[in-house]
Design a protein around this ligand. Structure first.
Ligand code: 6PG
Length: 235
């Protein structure tokens, strides 16, 4: 049975507050900190806490923001992961515009996957040709997807590409995602997962039962799992 490093807190707010404090300490240890952010709704609380509590506690000139995945929409579209981060965090803290490495969701998809992969290679240290983030922040869907690596495209975990074009299984929405090898090459990988809807999948993954082998999140090795007690109720 795979051992999972886990931190369980009483509420989603406590998860975000604890992780924000941890992130602040990690950023302070290095001169430059490259982090790939997750999308969706879970990180919103983290962004708000970073903006309200850590605006003056973090040297934002040392932080470079990237996205682990982005919806193929314009940056002002409400579906945009960039827009969420920009509204809740980027516009609230003194981070230089040159430190924001946005995925161009509005661009032709395949071309953008190639461009973003090159942007990662140009800005990050590499290990055997794979860009190495200081940290990758991930969420997890109720289908066990992470970033935009969905069960029906689980081969993206092993893709030779740095970034790929993915397709949401229900909506058909196109996404740009970093691939599994980039995620697993990161110095640190952290899942932020909250809410009872995620608890059955976490139960399957942690206890290696049911459909866990079909879940891309199962294959993210060396991750630390930060969750609230609702998400972790079966663990
Ligand atoms: C996205 C995400 C995706 C997300 C999970 C969880 O673009 O939607 O990157 O992987 O992290 O779907 O989403 P919630 O946090 O909204 O539950």
């Amino acid at each position: 049975m795979t051992e999972h490093k886990t931190q369980i807190y009483s509420s989603n707010w406590m998860v975000a507050a604890a992780f924000a404090s941890y992130l602040c300490d990690e950023i302070a240890k290095v001169k430059v900190f490259h982090i790939a952010l997750s999308g969706g709704s879970t990180p919103k609380l983290l962004f708000q806490i970073l903006a309200e509590v850590y605006k003056d506690k973090i040297d934002w000139t040392t932080v470079h923001l990237y996205w682990g995945d982005e919806r193929c929409v314009a940056p002002d579209d409400e579906q945009s992961n960039y827009l969420t981060t920009s509204t809740l965090l980027i516009q609230q803290v003194p981070i230089p515009a040159t430190n924001i490495h946005r995925v161009y969701g509005e661009s032709p998809q395949k071309k953008e996957a190639i461009r973003y992969g090159k942007e990662l290679q140009d800005n990050l240290p590499q290990q055997s040709g794979i860009p190495v983030f200081d940290m990758v922040l991930l969420g997890m869907g109720t289908d066990g997807h992470t970033a935009s690596i969905f069960p029906h495209e689980i081969a993206l975990l092993e893709s030779d590409e740095i970034c790929a074009v993915a397709t949401h299984p229900d909506s058909g929405q196109k996404r740009i995602t970093i691939t599994g090898r980039v995620i697993n090459a990161a110095k640190q990988v952290h899942f932020l997962i909250t809410g009872s809807a995620k608890s059955p999948v976490l139960d399957e993954i942690f206890n290696e039962k049911g459909q866990y082998k079909k879940y891309p999140a199962s294959y993210i090795t060396q991750a630390e799992w930060w969750m609230d007690k609702e998400a972790g109720r079966f663990l």
